[in-house]
Design a protein around this ligand. Structure first.
Ligand SMILES: NC(=O)c1ccc[n+]([C@@H]2O[C@H](COP(=O)([O-])OP(=O)(O)OC[C@H]3O[C@@H](n4cnc5c(N)ncnc54)[C@H](OP(=O)(O)O)[C@@H]3O)[C@@H](O)[C@H]2O)c1
Length: 258
């Protein structure tokens, strides 16, 4: 199959591309690094060319901001553009990556933006499947990269049940190639719940970094929801390995060194 991965250079997108190539698919990377800015109308000609002959698009883009309005505009633009240009080019389906529990955390701007991402994607002409995943094993390292300043690092106080980005990428590819019913929302999770602060400390210890991790409790209702496990998976969500401890020993943990 010919498969386009929007965000194919990112934390999870690169594993979708790698797994797809290993399985013999023709993988097309769509990102600014490959010359296509999905937030810009001027990129539509390049996007049309990239999507020619594509059977399915997998959307793993991210705007690199938690700000409600910027994240919302980004996901509306990207979701709408992939749908419209994809339909013009005769693409068969769209698979969109989202996050478990985004509708259980009130007034959290980024999660509201992700809900718009899902809604815009599901409203388009292409048959769409949403895959909600829990946070990645890479998530503590992603936050450390943004918040670590010498001896101090700040980490949101929240409970997560992380999954390896490689596992999530493999699952996305499987859904994209197997043909799931239109309009469905699927969920996947990692094996074990933990505190994000604890995972960040384990990560730094394993990498032999000396920063002190300071918990950052978000105020109000969103903070309470995150601390009390609103983004943990419910019982019926499949748990997929490896565990965080197993992942920490492998090469993928080194690849995200902040
Ligand atoms: N991180 C997690 O723990 C987690 C867990 C569950 C779900 N998710 C969801 O998974 C998605 C991907 O997350 P991630 O952590 O893999 O993100 P990431 O590592 O930040 O990667 C984001 C990707 O989006 C691309 N991108 C950003 N702006 C773009 C633009 N204007 N045009 C085209 N491409 C653009 C980036 O490539 P360029 O910079 O080259 O443009 C990159 O390939 C997000 O939607 C997120 O909500 C994340």
């Amino acid at each position: 199959m010919r498969i386009a991965v929007a965000g194919g250079t990112g934390t999870v997108g690169r594993y979708v591309v790698e797994t797809g190539r290993a399985a013999g698919h023709d993988m097309v990377v769509v990102s600014r690094a490959s010359g296509i800015d999905l937030g810009a109308r001027q990129s539509e000609i390049a996007l049309s060319t990239a999507l020619r002959g594509v059977d399915v698009i997998i959307d793993t883009t991210d705007p690199h901001t938690l700000a409600r309005s910027r994240a919302t505009s980004f996901f509306e633009e990207v979701g709408g553009r992939l749908q419209r240009v994809g339909a013009e080019q005769g693409v068969g389906r769209l698979v969109v990556l989202s996050i478990v529990g985004i509708d259980r955390v009130p007034r959290f701007g980024y999660y509201e933006a992700k809900q718009r991402h899902e809604a815009v994607s599901l409203a388009g002409a292409l048959a769409t499947t949403v895959v909600r995943a829990t946070q990645f094993h890479e998530f503590p390292a992603q936050i450390l990269r943004a918040t670590r300043h010498g001896p101090l690092a700040f980490m949101l106080a929240m409970r997560i049940q992380p999954i390896a980005a490689r596992t999530a990428g493999r699952y996305l590819l499987q859904i994209a190639t197997n043909g799931t019913p239109d309009g469905s929302t699927l969920q996947i999770s990692g094996p074990e719940p933990a505190s994000l602060v604890t995972l960040a400390r384990h990560y730094l210890r394993q990498r032999d970094r000396k920063s002190l991790v300071v918990p950052l409790p978000l105020p109000g209702a969103p903070g309470r929801a995150l601390r009390h496990g609103a983004v943990l998976p419910t019982d019926e969500v499949p748990r997929l390995g490896p565990t965080f401890a197993e992942w920490l020993q492998g090469p993928d943990a080194i690849a995200v060194d902040p």
